[in-house]
Design a protein around this ligand. Structure first.
Ligand code: F6P
Length: 365
């Protein structure tokens, strides 16, 4: 069988064409995105080698496995992916600093290297519990502008990263699945590129992605059901009730436990993802991280016509308080996310109106 390539536009060509719309642009931004893409290619290669290169399992540390600032055990590939992101992005002169899930503090560009006007925030390997079982994982990134005082030479601090998601200049993810894909928004829609592993190029294969406004598929870790708040219980109950319930249609459920993979599925065919606030650990305001998970995925969803929310407020309006802040995250098909927001806005009244919840709920208090 002869395979005909579907496209001949490379990521580089795509970025150059975008830049032509801004004649004053310096090219720094494009160079930064290409460095990020290079890091993702290097990570894709390491992920693909896996056990062949002794890259599975926990990252060893004195007396056991190393643990990141979140208290999560680090995998060898978490640490390697973080190093690759730093090495591929620190030298180019486009960045003033970086911040990562795997680093407690921001990483300023070392003094012997040129500095630039952007900040890069990333989760180098999301879903790393899936690494050892050979299920898709990904990298997520967000590009912010460095505040003026940093561009003017002031030392970089954590506060410089605390910008709401609506200020992101670009966001994207790489998905290391059956194919490696890079999905990118520079604020003009969302485009998907597939890595041609022989040419080593990301090719534009999925132009102008759009999330369908309606869906019959939801994603949530149901083992947390007893800790959910009432609006989330109500929403899931109604989905489970299917055709005979208030929604009048059957729903399907998927949970990969790699948020990047769930985001990609939702971009491809619609759906809704929820990692809501719950009462499992009252010290945590959610499971996912605002700056390098919720905000970049939020920008991608909104740029693709979907929606991202905390359940109570649009995600991209949230003012971050801390670098590693956790947050409740709901994203995907617009009409479903808006419905979940409505349920949060009317938390008490539905109990009387919805006999399903009171009498037949699978998730009764
Ligand atoms: O880093 C966060 C993450 O791995 C996401 O990719 C994923 O959606 C979630 O955690 C899985 O959480 P849980 O283990 O509770 O299912």
């Amino acid at each position: 069988m002869t395979l005909t390539p579907r496209t001949s536009t490379t990521l580089t060509q795509f970025l150059i064409e975008q830049r032509r719309r801004y004649p004053d642009a310096s090219g720094n931004f494009n160079a930064l995105i290409l460095d990020v893409a290079l890091a993702c290619k290097a990570i894709a290669k390491s992920v693909a080698y896996g056990a062949l290169a002794d890259l599975l399992g926990n990252h060893p540390d004195e007396g056991g496995a190393s643990v990141n600032v979140q208290g999560e055990t680090q995998k060898k590939l978490d640490v390697l992916s973080n190093d690759l992101f730093i090495r591929m992005n620190e030298w180019g002169g486009h960045l003033a600093g970086m911040a990562s899930e795997e680093m407690t503090h921001p990483y300023p560009i070392p003094s012997h290297l040129p500095k630039g006007k952007y900040l890069l925030v990333f989760d180098p390997l999301d879903g790393s519990s899936n690494i050892d079982v050979n299920v898709s994982v990904g990298s997520i990134f967000s590009v912010l502008r460095a505040p003026a005082h940093v561009q003017g030479g002031a030392d970089l601090t954590e506060t410089d990263f605390l910008q709401p998601g609506c200020q992101q200049v670009a966001a994207g993810y790489a998905l290391y699945g059956p194919t490696t894909m890079l999905v990118l928004t520079v604020g003009t829609g969302v485009n998907g590129f597939t890595l041609d592993p022989v040419m080593g190029e990301f090719m534009l294969t999925h132009p102008d992605l759009q999330v369908p406004a309606d869906t019959q598929e939801f994603a949530i870790n149901a083992s947390n059901a007893r800790f959910w708040e009432a609006p989330v219980k109500r929403y899931v109950d109604e989905c489970l009730a299917g055709r005979t319930g208030p929604r009048g249609k059957d729903f399907n459920m998927r949970w990969i436990a790699s948020m990047v993979a769930e985001a990609h599925r939702i971009l491809m065919r619609g759906g809704v993802f929820m990692y809501p606030r719950d009462t499992k650990d009252l010290g945590k305001a959610g499971r996912l991280r605002l700056l390098y998970e919720a905000n970049p995925v939020g920008m991608i969803m909104e740029q693709a016509g979907g929606r991202a929310s905390t359940g109570r407020a649009p995600m991209l309006t949230v003012q971050p308080q801390e670098l590693h802040q956790r947050i409740a995250l709901v994203f995907g098909s617009r009409n479903e996310v808006e419905r979940i927001e409505r349920y949060h806005a009317e938390p008490v009244s539905f109990r009387d109106e919805t006999p399903l919840f009171a009498e037949r709920s699978l998730f009764r208090d």
